[in-house]
Structures are given as structure tokens and as C-alpha cells.
Write a protein that binds this ligand. Sequence first.
Ligand code: ADP
Length: 483
Amino acid sequence: MTATTRTAVERLAPDRLFIGGEWVDARSGARLATYHPATGELVAEVAEAREEDVDAAVAAARAAFDAGPWPRLDAADRAELLWKLADAIAADADRLARLEVLDTGKPIREAQIDLRETVDAFRYYAGWATKLHGQTIPVRGAVLNYTLREPVGVVGAIIPWNFPLLMAAWKVAPALACGNAVVLKPAEQTPLTALELAALAARVGLPPGVLNVVPGYGETAGAALVRHPGVDKIAFTGSTAVGRQIGQLVAGTDKALTLELGGKAANIIFEDAALDQAVEGIVNGIYFNQGEVCCAGSRLLVQESVVDVVIEKLKDRLATLRVGDPLDKNTDVGAINSRAQLEKIEELVASGVAEGAEIYQPACQLPERGYFFRPTLFTNVAQSHRIAREEIFGPVLSVLTFRTPDEAIEKANNTEYGLSAGIWTEKGSRILEMARRLRAGVVWANTYNKFDPTSPFGGYKESGFGREGGLHGLLAYVRLEDR
Ligand code: ADP
């Protein structure tokens, strides 16, 4: 293990479940191991929650919600505590970013962005705690009719391994701002920063049981949380396949549900675009976080007249990307999160070659150990190719062409997903027209992967439903009561 790796691990404190304000072992005594994707080395072992531990966590959250101080606290006091939590995360950001790198394999520079966005999310939602207004309604008669916004209760939050802390923050921050209690299940590959979040929350005074963290596998701990009758809402980010299963389990119950699932986003370049800027945005859109991003711009639609020049520029830029040690601040593309994910990428890339697309990979040296994959560009891609249809969740870009705006819309929308899209053109009227016609929850123009806690994010079609971020992300954690 490298010196940097060791230092970060030595300072790793929590390695057990956090339930009812206590660090506890799993009832079964089970532990799960996490490995650094860039070396394959063991990072840590933590307690592995199973159904009986999830039961205990839900019971603790239930007690905290039904009888504890948190939902009854003055909103201003909840806001202050969330702000303190944001400060505590900010103060510990360097260490947390390193832990995130060890668990995920993402480049440290990008982990630092995650940390900034995590702090932003807590600060933003801290502000909302005091602004959960109801309304007065002018009904007929001498009647006072008003609405209240009340917390939904116990929230089960299930998060993926690509942005472990940030995805936790997107759920925990609005849930807590509204006065809910949370049981957070991080992905089995990346439990460390969720446990750290629990430790920081306890340190700044969050009452016991308000935030419980239960690392464990999806089919055991995750499914137990989804099925649990004591849970009032499930907030899930992950694959479309698992999202669909969760939807089926929740159907017919009184649980609220938000799903943030997969994507196959199109980035569309028109011939009048500022091409250098567009290429920079396309590269950021697909190679950021090794492409392990639900809104990754994995399909590039280029207007035919500029396709050759765009591909040349892309190849030149790919050749400059530094692939390697994610703890090195100069690294652009880190390690793929797991062997399983690497194999999935390799299989889909092989299908692209077999189906007749043309592959380009820069001749960069990959580290000998770890799960690395070269940034990859496919040209001559047909819409029917698997690489143009399936979510790869890796650093692989498929280039298709179009002649007219109508054809671009038709191709961009020709997917079962609908999370995001990008448009590159200098023509303002074209941006507005395309933005209206693209069937995607988020449309960026002349930029990509731009996130802000004030802005809602979420999908159409098989990319899920509900929104995270902004006011809409907040309203997913309250019930409207009419009095
Ligand atoms: P990925 O393919 O990106 O790993 P998953 O959808 O499998 O995405 O995982 C996202 C999260 O969902 C993880 O926390 C995982 O443990 C959890 N999960 C996986 N399967 C289930 C399931 N059947 N029920 C509930 N949660 C699950």
C-alpha cells in the first residue's frame, strides 16, 4: 500500500453500523471489505448490515421520528445544526476526499468537487428548513383553510458507488431539513464516507436515531429497507434494473418513492458551435468520473458538415488525458470502480467492435495493477449498435451524425432513457427550440455536467421519476396537509 493510502486509512475511524446514535456490530457479526480500485488492495472492513440490522435501524429512526426531538425542533435550530454539519464536512474535506478516492477510484480533483458540492447541498437545504411555508386557501364560507408541510417520516436512502457522499447528501440534506429521520444504505463497494457522515453528524449534535447508516449488500440490506413497513419513503439512486424491482416492491404500499436511474445522454454539436469549447465539454461530459455517471454524455451527435474536424479534435484531446493513480492530483481519469464494472465495460466495447463501429483509444500506458480502462471513442456507430443504446457506465463515447435539427431530435430522443442532454450551438433560438423538444429531465447548452444545489435534477422515461435538488428536491420529503 502506498504511503498516501496508508495515512488516509489509519485515520479512518468508524467501521461499524451507526444505529440509534451508537456504533454497533452487525447482529450476525458479518463484515464486508472494500478495496482500492487502483491497486486492488484492501482499504477497510466494516460491519455488514443484514435484515435484522436494518430492522434495528428502522426502529431507531421510527423512535427518533415518532417521539424524539428532531421533527419537533424549531426549524431555525434544525437549520443551524445542518449548517454546522456542512462546516464540519468542509473542515474535514481533504480527508473525506481521500477516503472517497480509496473507495471509488475517482481522481482526487474530482473527489474534491464532490466534497464542495456536498457542503453546498447541506448549506442550501439548511436554508430551506425555515421556509417550508404552507398556504391559506380562500374557500367559500367563514372557514379558515390552510396547508401545512409536514415531514414524511422515516426515509430509506439507497445510494450507488459512483458519488457516494454526494448522493448521500442529496438525500440526507433535504430529508433532515424537513425534520425526517433517515436510514442510509451506502453501496457495498463504497461505505466509508457514509459512516464518516454519521460520525460528523453525531459530533455536531444530531439527536440519536435521526441518521442511521447501514452498509450492506443490495439484495439483503437494501431489499430489507425497501420492504420494511416502518419506512415511509424510499429515495433510490442506482441502476434502472434495480429501480424497477424497487418500484414493484413499493407498488401497493403507502410508501413514497423517488428513483434516479440510468441514462444514455446525447450531446448534440451543430456546425456553428464553438468547436473547441464543445470538444472540451464533450470530454468532460463522458470522461469525468471515468464515465461512471448516470448523466454521462455517452452519445455524441455531430452535424455531418463538421464531423471530421470534431473527431480529430476529440482524438487530440483524448491523447492528452492522464490515466492513472487517482490519488495524484494530475490524474484526469482514475480507476474503474470494480472488476465487475470493468468486465461490463469490456464486454460492451467488444460488442461495438464486433458490430462494426470503429474504435479509437489513445496509446497511453495503463498502470499494471488495478481496474483501468483507456478513454475510448467509437466512430461509425449505428443507432442499432448496443454501444449506442445501452448504458455503459464507463469512459466510452459513441459518435453518430445528423444533418438537420429534426434528425438530431429524433436520434437524441430515440432511447429508453431520458435523464439529460447537451446542445452546442451559438444560435440562441436553436437552443430554446431543442431544449423544448428533447425528452430529458435536464438539458444543458454550451456546458455539461453543471450542478448546483438550487436546481432540480431527475429523469424522464426509464431514467426514473422525482427530482433531487432545489425546491422540488425538498418537496419530495414533505407531505402536504390540508386543514
Ligand atoms: P450499480 O449497477 O451501479 O451497482 P445498483 O442499482 O446495483 O447499481 O446499486 C445501487 C444501490 O442499490 C446500491 O446501494 C446497491 O447495494 C443497492 N441495491 C442493489 N440491489 C438492490 C435491491 N434488490 N434492493 C435494494 N437495493 C439494492
